[in-house]
Design a binder for this molecule. Sequence first.
Ligand SMILES: [Zn+2]
Length: 154
Amino acid sequence: MKTCPRCESSIGDEARYCSDCGAPQSEPAAEEFDEYVQRQAQQMAAESGAAGDAFGGSAGGDGGDSGFAPAAELTDREQLWRRGCYVAGYGTIVVALTLVPRIGAFLLILGGIAILPPIRRLTAEPLGSSLKREVMAGLYAILSLLGVLLLVFL
Ligand SMILES: [Zn+2]
């Protein structure tokens, strides 16, 4: 029998880890333990990063109750919103491209670009935090309304 250098309880000579405090008892065991801790840390960082993203994305969105909604529902709503934005954005751009020599078409294209989800993420760089999706949707609404008005009246 030998004693654990950390907690001084007696452990078997062949033991790789102390049965009391879990301290590794040999060089390979220590390395293995380090790798395990690092893997756990990376996994936790990845998970908390993903969770933070989901919450950050929805925080601007639906007001009061969203913080307590189940995660699955949040991501579903988020997915739906993203898909809607892509459809609206690309749809607007495609339609606008067919009208392109006219000035209103360029406003429509700008609006279509503004509502695409990656653009909202790009705004995080200069502004510190990404714009709320309502802001991008509002921008889209204003630009496409102006575009349509110009197309109708010019
Ligand atoms: Zn120990």
